[in-house]
Write a protein that binds this ligand. Sequence first.
Ligand code: GUN
Length: 292
Amino acid sequence: MTILDGKKVSNDIKDEIAEHVKAMVSKGGKVPHLAAILVGTDGASMTYVNAKVKACERIGFNSTLIDLPDYTTEEELLQKIDQLNTDNDIDGFIVQLPLPKHIDEQKVLMAVNPDKDVDGFHPTNVGKMALDLPTFLPATPYGIMELLERYQIETSGKNVVVLGRSHIVGRPMSILMSQKRKAGDATVTVVHSRSKNLKEITLEADIVVAAIGISEFLTGDMVKEDVVIIDVGITRVPDATKKTGYRLAGDVEFESVSKKASYITPVPGGVGPMTIAMLLKNTLLARERNLQ
Ligand code: GUN
């Protein structure tokens, strides 16, 4: 069993980006600048956004964190987005999700200038992705594709089961892996809360992407020998033996599934760091207006 070391691969990618930026800047180019909007005080969102900002600093990007209170109105948020859309110093920006309930998420994502949409969530960019056109790919699916590619895991003709159909992970993942591309050409099945005979389906999978948001949902009896496991989930599970009072668990029961897997991503240190690396990559692409 091989651990898919997202932490190491993401550091390699960040080193590559840092090198690239250094060369760009030495030729008189502008330093890429990423902005992130955070509305409210959700603990996990604060952790993610801070990690994104810190990663920018480490590789020599400029970053701006716009921290708004949870009583921010939709109107105020849309105004802030408009400012970033027209600020020539900002190459790309993200609005961290989820947003407070009184704000319409779709309306907000549609307000982002697609050329600065480094999360790849705007319908224009989702449409381009679905049509195999160059665009920003959403960072988590992009990171998973990169991880599969760098570990040279064969996906062509393989049975891939994606658990979950979220706009951020499950849906784009199913599109990308079925495309004619690196880490693509797979036969993809998407399963979700209404799917029947789930275990029968997962037992046929050569590769499982677990993004269902239920901790330790996928267990050893649900997968076949030598399966490749990508675990996107990350939840705090109460654990009295830890100082913090909790441990981080994925959507996969690591203990039982890792005994059967040929490759598996750990939680933490698997998909999470890759998401951040690919957001930085998208910001670099936005700076260069050079989409892949
Ligand atoms: N919330 C969970 N994942 C993401 C992500 O990739 N981008 C944003 N903006 N919010 C998220």
